[in-house]
Design a protein around this ligand. Structure first.
Ligand SMILES: NC(=O)C1=CN([C@@H]2O[C@H](COP(=O)(O)OP(=O)(O)OC[C@H]3O[C@@H](n4cnc5c(N)ncnc54)[C@H](O)[C@@H]3O)[C@@H](O)[C@H]2O)C=CC1
Ligand SMILES: O=C(CO)COP(=O)(O)O
Length: 342
């Protein structure tokens, strides 16, 4: 039986392990602690991160890196982005030059501002087969086999096609895309806007507010992404607009839920301490503050979010400041000569 590995037994790792198991692969799911593995083995349910979903018998559990990745054709990383480099270093001795490594994590490395695929490439080499998988994909829904679409991006088309074949199923439709930068930037930055959407709902603002936030949020995501080298079209696709809609409108979203509690007046520290789930958007907001300076890009929504999260700015004041900031054109990037003649 062909072996596939998932690193990270949170909601997303568990849901993707199930997808591959249902396709008939031998799947090994790596979890951090032995007691988690023992519990998964006994109950065949990830009660902490994906309750109610039965894990098929062809999913094996281990907390040992060698056992997890040895002889595997593909290793998918579904850990929080802050531990990506550390874990890649640990699995490196056990993978071959042909083992395809896929990042499903949505964030940046805090200290270097690198995307996850860049972190992996730094550790395994630029020529290693690396891909990213991202899209509007709540683990809770993939776990229930609800029809879902996603995107796999890689510098090498053959790598993207390999991953597409591995994951494609009647319940999970996989598209490929050469724009690895756009797919990663879209997946990471929508979490910032999802925090904002949660705040908006927590403040009991309306559909108009949320639509404005999503649309203007997408503009700033694309603005930074293009400056970083992405293709603008990617942001209109599943890994851009698609994921933005899913995350900003769903109560499954960890980022939306965190924002929602902030909108209701809770403190960030208290929210994060009260949950074992990863809220990637918080660190991404910090990273994007740096990235927007580095690329000299205006990102007013992300900037206000940063102030609310890290400088105790009142969320309602942040909204007023966004509403009243300098008057501007909707399409700032529209060909200037057209505008000048207007
Ligand atoms: N949950 C979802 O629907 C989706 C999540 N993702 C991404 O997948 C990644 C993992 O997120 P989830 O599965 O949602 O996590 P989760 O919130 O369900 O669980 C947190 C996971 O992080 C692990 N963890 C925490 N600290 C760790 C450490 N120091 N070392 C290793 N593992 C540690 C926990 O053991 C647990 O497996 C994130 O980057 C997230 O953005 C991407 C698409 C969908
Ligand atoms: O990325 C996701 C859906 O595509 C999951 O979003 P959250 O991290 O906010 O739960």
């Amino acid at each position: 039986m062909r072996k596939m590995t998932i690193i990270g037994a949170g909601g997303w790792g568990t849901a993707l392990a199930n997808v591959l198991a249902k396709k008939g692969f031998s799947v090994t799911l790596w979890a951090r602690r032995k007691e988690i593995c023992d519990n998964l083995f006994k109950t065949r349910e990830n009660v902490n991160y994906l309750p109610g979903v039965i894990i098929p018998a062809n999913v094996h559990f281990t907390n040992d890196f060698e056992e997890a990745v040895k002889d595997s054709e593909l290793v998918l990383m579904a850990t929080p982005s802050m531990v990506m480099r550390d874990i890649i270093k640990k699995i490196k001795p056990f993978i071959t030059n042909n083992t395809v490594v896929v990042s499903a994590s949505k964030g940046f490395e805090q200290s270097t501002l690198l995307r996850m695929s860049e972190v992996i490439a730094e550790e395994l080499g630029e020529d290693h087969p690396i891909a990213v998988l991202s899209g509007p994909n709540h683990a809770e829904e993939v776990g229930k086999d609800l029809p879902t679409a996603t995107v796999v991006a890689s510098k090498k088309k053959s790598t993207a096609e390999f991953v597409q074949d591995v994951f494609m199923s009647p319940k999970l439709r996989v598209y490929i895309n050469p724009d690895i930068i756009g797919v990663e930037v879209g997946g990471a930055l929508k979490n910032i806007i999802a925090l904002g959407a949660g705040i908006s709902d927590g403040l009991k603002f309306g559909d108009n507010t949320k639509s404005a936030l999503l649309t203007r949020g997408l503009t700033e995501i694309a603005r930074l992404g293009v400056a970083m080298g992405a293709d603008t079209h990617t942001f209109a696709g599943l890994a851009g607009l698609g994921d933005l809609i899913a995350t900003c409108t769903s109560q499954h979203s960890r980022n939306w839920r965190c924002g929602n509690q902030i909108g209701q007046g809770k403190k960030l520290k208290e929210i994060l301490e009260g949950s074992n789930m990863v809220v990637e958007g918080v660190r991404t907001t910090e990273a994007v503050q740096e990235l927007s300076k580095k690329y000299d890009i205006q990102m007013p929504i992300s900037e206000e979010l940063y102030k609310v999260l890290f400088e105790e700015k009142d969320a309602k004041t942040a909204v007023i400041d966004l509403m009243l900031r300098g008057k501007t054109h909707e399409t700032e990037e529209v060909v200037r000569t057209e505008r000048e003649n207007w």
